[in-house]
Structure formats: C-alpha cells, structure tokens
Design a protein around this ligand. Structure first.
Ligand SMILES: [Zn+2]
Length: 295
C-alpha cells in the first residue's frame, strides 16, 4: 500500500500555480485606478529605455464571448487581424466595414508605478505595480497626453520617472465605466525623494517578459478570429486604384481614407478607455481577466 498524498503536495502545487499566475497578468501585478485622487510616481524599467510598453489588443464581443488578444504589433510583428481588418475596411459591403472597426486594435501604455497614495485602498501604498494608461493620459504622435506633455517640457522632463528626485503624478478619476473622466490629472510641482533607485530596482516588473509569455502565433490568432474570413482572400484590391491612370489623385484618396480611419480610430480609442461594463472594475483588469479566461 502506498499513499498517493506522500508523492504529492497540495501546498507545493498550489504555490507553484500561484507563482505561474503571478508571472502572467494576475490582479496582483496590476493596479486598478480607483475613483478619486491617487498619487503615483512613474518609474523607468530595466528591460528598455522606454519606460512603458505600448500594447495593442484586438477585442471582440459577441454574446457571452469576449475575445481579447494581443495584436502582434505589440511585438513589432505583422499582425493577421490588422491586415484582414484593413481589407475589410476597404470592402464595398457595409457590414464588413463595420466588422473591421469592431476589431480595430486598441492602444494602451503599460508602466511600472510606485503607489504613493491609493484613493480607495491604502494597502496598495508603497507598492510597485503595473498600470495601463490610455492615449488621453499618455499621449501619442497625434495627441498630447498629460505624461507626454510633461516629459517634453523643460519644467519636468525625465524627472517624472525619478523615484529619488522627481515629481508625483496625481491621477484624478471621476466616475466609473462609461463615464470615467481623468480631467485634472497633473504632476505635482514640487520634487521629492521617495527612495534611492537602488532600493526599488529589484521590485520593478519586467513588462516585456510578461507580454512575451502570452504572445500568440499567427495561426492561433487566425483561429480565434476565424469569423474575419482569412481564407477568403482580398476583399477589395484597394479599390480600383491600380486600374486608374491618375495615380496622384488616387494616392490622395487613399490618404483621405486613412485619415478618416484614424479619426474614427481616435473615437474608438477614446471610448475604449471607458468601455467597462462592470462598474466595479477597472477596464485594464477587466480585460486582463478576460484574457486569462481565454487561456
Ligand atoms: Zn493587429
């Protein structure tokens, strides 16, 4: 007779599983921005001289199913959903154009932050976590954000990422879900020291590693987004452009189409920042949980 329980340890297995989930996107890694006024210090990261990771996701909801998959552009690779989306966008069929907009990639910026003061949950104070900001707070090539504006200013510059001699970011969040509003978010104007960098260096979370761990292959992504019809070939050969004599005119047309697309995407980006059906959760965590559910 033998006891199977002598060969196995429930505690060790549970700890092992817990450890793995921590290496993925667990709620422990991510900080949900609470309603009210919270204070954080943005931090650099060790794996890159760009302090944030730009993440893109493709999402799709239908019935109970919520799909959230990292766009391969997050990893600087060609993405089948982006490519197919562009083809659908150029379709003559309205439903295909609409579908392309629904799966358009959503842009987020992932940072390490030191939480100075959490408006709702003081147990987070003093911890280093990841936070996901949208374009409005971060900024990008087309929009000025609170962070990009401060970084490029003479007053703040790289000090906004300096734990030992820098400026806190005061995040003001009003409302939840669809009505989230970050108006008033700003950097404090007085520098102060929280820690020496050497004291917190080992606590920084490797964001690249976390994302690479959940990168999907082209085939896996095509399987998940099968409803885009990857095997059907090109939908519109960039609309009659190749046939036309007047290349200049046609190029202009394409630029205009792209411009419209960008504008529409801006709307999408904005609304995504507020897409949150469960008002008790932050969109970032909500999405991540959905992602975990998929696996
Ligand atoms: Zn993509």
């Amino acid at each position: 007779m033998y006891d199977i329980n002598e060969l196995l340890s429930k505690d060790l297995i549970e700890n092992d599983l817990k450890g793995k989930s921590r290496n993925q996107f667990s709620d422990e890694n991510f900080w949900m921005i609470p309603e009210g006024t919270s204070v954080v210090r943005l931090l650099p990261r060790m794996e890159s001289r760009i302090p944030y990771l730009t993440s893109y996701t493709h999402r799709f909801s239908s019935g109970d199913e919520n799909i959230v998959v990292d766009c391969l552009q997050t990893f600087k690779k060609k993405c089948p959903v982006c490519k197919r989306g562009w083809e659908l966008y150029n379709s003559e069929v309205k439903s295909e154009v609409d579908l392309s907009k629904k799966v358009y990639r959503v842009e987020r910026y992932i940072y390490n932050v030191y939480i100075v003061n959490d408006a709702k949950n003081p147990e987070n104070n003093g911890q280093i976590k990841l936070v996901s900001f949208g374009v409005k707070l971060n900024g990008n090539s087309k929009h000025n954000g609170v962070i990009s504006t401060a970084f490029s200013s003479e007053d703040f510059g790289s000090s906004i990422f300096d734990i030992s001699n820098g400026y806190d970011l005061v995040i003001m969040r009003k409302g939840q879900g669809m009505s989230s509003d970050y108006t008033g978010t700003h950097f404090k104007t007085k520098k102060y020291k929280i820690y020496d960098f050497s004291e917190i260096k080992d606590k920084l979370i490797n964001i690249d590693e976390l994302f690479v761990a959940k990168e999907k292959s082209v085939d896996e992504i095509k399987k998940i987004f099968y409803f885009l019809g990857f095997n059907k070939g090109p939908i519109a050969e960039v609309r009659e452009v190749t046939q036309k004599q007047d290349v200049v005119k046609e190029t202009k047309k394409i630029v205009e189409v792209e411009k419209i697309k960008e504008e529409e995407n801006e709307d999408i980006d904005m609304s995504i920042e507020e897409v949150d059906e469960d008002p008790s959760t932050d969109e970032a965590l909500d999405d991540l949980m959905k992602e975990l559910d998929l696996e």
